[in-house]
Write a protein that binds this ligand. Sequence first.
Ligand SMILES: [Mg+2]
Length: 189
Amino acid sequence: MLDLDGTMYDKSGLAARMVRRLFWCLPLVMAERWARRNMHYTQYASEEEYNDAFFHFMARGHWWSAGIAETWYNTVYMPAMARLIHRHHKPRKEVMELVEEAKSRGIKLAIYSDYGYVEEKLEALGIDPEPFELLIAAPQLGALKPSEPCARRLLEMLEADPETTLFVGDRDEKDGASARAVGAKFLKV
Ligand SMILES: [Mg+2]
């Protein structure tokens, strides 16, 4: 179970580049960060409910509506992130070796991200999605990491046993905590 941002690639400098690139819409960038912080530890029943809450948080106290925030997120913010990843970032060699090794041994692989746009980001990095059984972002399961219900649902989808599952990630409080929530092992990048 591999995290994407910071794990499949070193994301150093990405946040600063995002701010520079999106300086013209900085209030929306700040609202996105604030909304994400507000989503922590809340479990929603579905992706729709999660998105509804997220974009309402983004719009709270601002002139834009939740609908405008959603359009901006999907047509400006995430595509800008994918373009910057494509231009400035490369897959981590040691993680790609791990993927190759797991694939050759027939071990199931999945990407478990905290953001959406998983396929587009893999494409931006030039990573073939073929070895991965599942590409998923936590919000698709109703919450952010380290949600226990999301991690559990993920294991169900993969028909995986927690004792033989390894979470790989760059953040102990997100990826490590997800692993611990279901009794799986964790490897920090
Ligand atoms: Mg990460």
